[in-house]
Design a protein around this ligand. Structure first.
Ligand code: GLY
Length: 338
């Protein structure tokens, strides 16, 4: 699927129902090729734009479909984001998330995930093996303990006690990719292949009641050092929700997102009055500055304000996000800064 077309644009707007003026379009397409279509001010209530879900990469399309089933029936954003990201977690063709995720340097698939709801509660697991749906384990951490973050063997033991089943997550395709990487290693390379996408799924949603939630789940950097944890399970780095303001999620080089508290920074930008797209831009500009204007890696954010305005922005070309609103679900090429 490619950049949103005029046809699909019309399909989305046709589904907006009550949104008959151009004003809501500025909100819906902020950060898209249609940004700036209207200079009209947003209606304060954001009426007509809820519910809405936005997620990273092309596997965001089937993920959004699952989330939309819940949102369109009036269900809560928290249930929607969990159900949404479980789709790529269970899909072996998605090699950056869950079952079929690319393994670490020891050919072990280790997963990271976080979830956060409108009441400010959060749960996360990291460096967890043998469980296909870390997002649901993260939700159990949030809902059945007063902890936020459980890692490694402790997270696996917690999952076992909660009734989750262990299984082998390494697929033949991922094992073959690891063998190819291993055979290509030399004492002169820099450990990691340069052309691998970080196709984490980050998802943020607003439900019909106006409540926000977010989820983020990944197998992390392919062939990473055993024990490495990225940004995705770190609340405020890979994902953050503030139900008064907005929500954001990240994809790309997790180390850079951690060092800048990326998703928190985006939400705080919105708190200070920036539109979601501008808040993403400010967070990315901080990363650019730290790399003397030339970061040689990808980081991207998706963001959503309390009133349903969206933003999506990347450092480099190539990032796509999926937006479901008004009954349509579209893959959109994001703007990039470099
Ligand atoms: N953004 C995913 C990771 O770096 O692990």
């Amino acid at each position: 699927m490619s950049k949103v077309s005029r046809r699909s644009f019309l399909k989305i707007t046709a589904g907006l129902g009550a949104a008959s003026s151009l004003a809501p379009l500025r909100s819906l397409f902020s950060g898209s090729p249609f940004a700036g279509l209207s200079a009209a001010p947003l209606p304060g209530s954001g009426a007509g734009k809820k519910p809405l879900v936005i997620s990273t990469w092309k596997h965001g399309i089937p993920a959004n479909d699952a989330a939309w089933k819940i949102l369109s029936a009036g269900g809560p954003a928290l249930d929607a984001v969990e159900a949404g990201v479980r789709v790529p977690e269970g899909d072996p063709s998605v090699n950056g998330v869950g079952y079929g995720g690319l393994p670490d340097e020891e050919c072990r698939v280790t997963l990271d995930a976080s979830i956060m709801g409108p009441d400010g509660r959060a749960g996360a697991v990291a460096f967890i093996e043998s469980y296909r749906h870390p997002i649901s384990i993260a939700r159990k951490v949030m809902e059945t303990t007063d902890h936020v973050f459980i890692v490694g063997e402790g997270a696996e033991e917690f999952a076992r006690k909660q009734g989750f089943s262990r299984e082998e997550l390494l697929t033949e395709a991922s094992r073959e990719a690891w063998v190819k990487w291993k055979q290509g290693l030399s004492d002169k390379d820099d450990w990691f292949p340069k052309d691998l996408d970080h196709d984490t799924i980050g998802m943020v949603a607003v439900d019909a009641a106006g409540n926000l939630a977010g989820a983020c789940t990944t197998s992390g950097l392919a062939f990473k050092i055993h024990g490495r944890v990225g940004d995705s399970p770190i609340i405020g780095a890979g994902m953050y929700v503030d139900n008064e303001i907005g929500a954001a999620a990240a994809t790309g080089k997790g180390e850079e997102v951690i060092k800048t508290c990326g998703s928190f920074l985006v939400v705080e930008g919105m708190r200070q009055g920036l539109a979601p797209r501008e808040a993403c831009k400010r967070a990315l500009e901080r990363i650019i500055k730290r790399h003397q204007g030339k970061p040689a890696f990808q980081v991207a954010f998706v963001a959503l304000s309390k009133d349903g305005e969206i933003g999506a922005l990347a450092l480099q070309e190539g990032f796509q996000y999926a937006l479901a609103a008004g009954g349509a679900n579209e893959l959109i090429d994001a703007e990039h800064l470099l």
